[in-house]
Write a protein that binds this ligand. Sequence first.
Ligand SMILES: [Zn+2]
Length: 157
Amino acid sequence: MTFLPGNASPHFSWAELGVTTATPAAHRDAMGVLASTILEPIRARVGAAVRVNRPDLGLNGRGWRASRGIGSATSQHLVGQAADIDIDGDLVALFRWLAFDSGLPFGQAIIEKRGTPHWSWIHVSLGVPYRDPGKVGQVLCSPDGVSYQRVTRATVL
Ligand SMILES: [Zn+2]
């Protein structure tokens, strides 16, 4: 596996995003859009590193290509349209900003945990035109990786 050299956006290399020389061009291009329009504004908000899943290093191995066969067969991870991110700091606060205050054009924002007492990562994906306009701006939590619940501003996480 050879990662694509260079950067997808000012703070994210193709390697960090798990994009290789074998990644289909459409998937690579989508990941570039995700980096520029979603991940960079999140990076600016955090003011520090934002870690992105990667197949070989990623968050519990759930890289966007490695996620094939895990979860939904229509996952945006499979086509370079989603990332699972983590930060040093308050993940819930970041999630609430992303979901309710950022104005970012995401498809889904999901805060997830897998067998840990704390929230593990935020899943964020591209919205229109990558996702059905009727299914964008979805804000969810998944405490177990199986069930997904809607989250509102008033929800206590
Ligand atoms: Zn995800």
